[in-house]
Design a protein around this ligand. Structure first.
Ligand SMILES: NC(=O)c1ccc[n+]([C@@H]2O[C@H](COP(=O)([O-])OP(=O)(O)OC[C@H]3O[C@@H](n4cnc5c(N)ncnc54)[C@H](OP(=O)(O)O)[C@@H]3O)[C@@H](O)[C@H]2O)c1
Length: 256
């Protein structure tokens, strides 16, 4: 079995790499930082006796994504499991945040994500499984993290549509929607300034484990943790005006 994981060097992606290696998958791991990739490759190969390949790729750059696809083509392998996980977000007032941050989030979570999904498709086969990593942020607008929430709503919508389209081909698509998770994402996204960061967060290992189990059961949407399930359910049922207020009340900028 051969698995491709993006964002594999940290947090949820890294936990997924360990979990799949333990389950004897050969791996193709993708992130930008080459040293982190090589260190992880060595550790996983030594610990689990699996073949681990690494490719340093920035998913916001189509040239690098095309090089990744060429590499997969040269390997003449089909992908049994694809974890489309790389993602970024930034906390702050939309009007005051730099447009660069907005664009990095859009280029990573939407453009790169979509392009890679499409380009990987020819290497999937009947029986392949795809885990698209969204967030509970996908279920409502998110004041103070507006672009990130909107990007994850896109991930959920696109992926549910593909789940439907690809069912006929025997390709299974599931969407993982974690709530707050103890990873570097929280610092990088400045979420320590958000009230949300004060809520209890899950470990990336627990999220990866639940994600894998849900994927194997062909669940459409996988929400790890009871509280996250409850809040996702409430956000979906409430009128959008009210769900936006609710997110604002938890996400409220603590730095003000
Ligand atoms: N942590 C949370 O609270 C949380 C909650 C819900 C959903 N999520 C989602 O879960 C996914 C993983 O997040 P995480 O918490 O595990 O974050 P993380 O610890 O910050 O890890 C992000 C990973 O993505 C890679 N990455 C970032 N930008 C990239 C790019 N342009 N090209 C290639 N790789 C890139 C990073 O490696 P390099 O920097 O070396 O590229 C790293 O391996 C994301 O989609 C995130 O939106 C996270």
């Amino acid at each position: 079995m051969y698995a491709l994981i993006t964002g594999a060097t940290s947090g949820i992606g890294r936990a997924m790499a360990y979990l799949l290696a333990e389950k004897a998958y050969d791996l193709l791991l993708v992130a930008r930082n080459e040293k982190n990739l090589k260190d992880l490759q060595t550790t996983l190969e030594e610990t689990y006796n699996v073949k681990v390949q690494v490719q340093s790729v920035d998913v916001t750059k189509f040239i690098e994504l095309n090089q990744l696809i060429d590499y997969i083509a040269e390997e003449k392998k089909q992908i049994d499991l694809f974890v489309n996980n790389a993602g970024v977000g930034f906390f702050g007032d939309f009007g005051q945040m730099s447009e660069e941050e907005d664009l990095v989030a859009i280029d990573t979570n939407i453009r790169g994500f979509t392009y890679l999904t499409k380009k990987v498709y020819p290497y999937l086969h009947s029986g392949s499984r795809v885990l698209q990593v969204a967030s509970t942020a996908a279920f409502a607008p998110g004041p103070y993290m507006a672009v990130y929430y909107a990007s994850k709503a896109y991930v959920l919508s696109l992926s549910m549509a593909l789940r439907n389209e690809w069912k006929d081909k025997g390709i299974q698509v599931s969407i993982l929607c974690p709530g707050p998770t103890k990873t570097d994402f929280i610092q990088k996204a400045r979420m320590h300034k958000s009230g949300l960061a004060k809520l209890s967060a899950m470990t990336p290992e627990a999220v990866a484990h639940i994600g894998y189990k849900g994927l194997m059961k062909n669940k459409a949407i996988i929400i790890p943790g009871f509280t996250n399930k409850l809040s996702a359910c409430a956000l979906t049922l409430l009128p959008i005006r009210v769900s936006t207020l609710l997110v604002r009340s938890t996400q409220k900028n603590e730095s003000k």
